[in-house]
Design a protein. Sequence first.
Length: 313
Amino acid sequence: MQKAESIQPQTSTLKSLKPYLQLMRPANIITAWADIMCGFGVTGLAALGISGSFTFYNSTDLLWLILSTTGLYGGGVVFNDVFDYKLDKIERPERALPSGRASLLNATLLGLILFLSGIVAAFQVNSFSGKLAVVIAIAALSYDKLGKHHPVVGPLNMGFCRGLNLMLGMSVAYEAVYYNWFICLVPLIFIAAITMISRSEVSGGDKKTIAFGGGLFGIVAIFISCLGLFSNYQVLHSLPFVGLFLFMVFKPLSRAYNDPTPTNIKLSVRGGILGLIPMDAAIAAGYAGIIYGLAILLLLPLSIYLAKKFAVT
């Protein structure tokens, strides 16, 4: 009897925590880890040694930055639902807040704690990382409150957040940011395209928007391949990951183009979000080697598993 009673409170606690985990979009947070690992790989602090062993330099800083992006991304998506509370009561009543499974006050507190933890973690690396984390938090809040309602500014705002997140991974070495900042345009363009397509998740999309988004996906793949023009980038290492990226994003996108229903739009957005991981792996492999790219790609099964348990949009 006592054993049964001890199990019941644990089960109840897990049920009460699940809505708040849903607010944080765990599968998406894993893709943010990939951004950090990608930026870290660009710096040259992850390298394949002569003996074939893989070496991480400043691995403690990498862990701090992964913790930082967990807080920053988690806080951003929590506040997205906080600000959308009234609209979601009409359009997405199944979400944690409008359904009443999570309280608005607790969600607000959770978002603040996540943002604060993300900023504090970044300052453990250096002051530049910390200041960058502050900018990311502000950019995320500006999107949640204002940017998302603008058809052009919104997607660019969201893409800007992702670009800064990749830069956060580079921030362990300021010189790397100075010389490689333009790489952050890759996630900016890609996420702007996904955000633009996702605006039709409720009502369904139009083929012109989907086609334009697909064109931006293609530009991203070309951009990554063109990094091979630089002497320190091995494009052949990145090509397998580019191929996987294209498969993951274009397969659901083509289905959405042929039949732009809300369900297919959601699946396309889901494929795009998960596609961030092979995209990051492609960039990182060119700088740090194919083994490092594979290390990032190992995040994909975990993200896919979490995407089955928790919504990504």
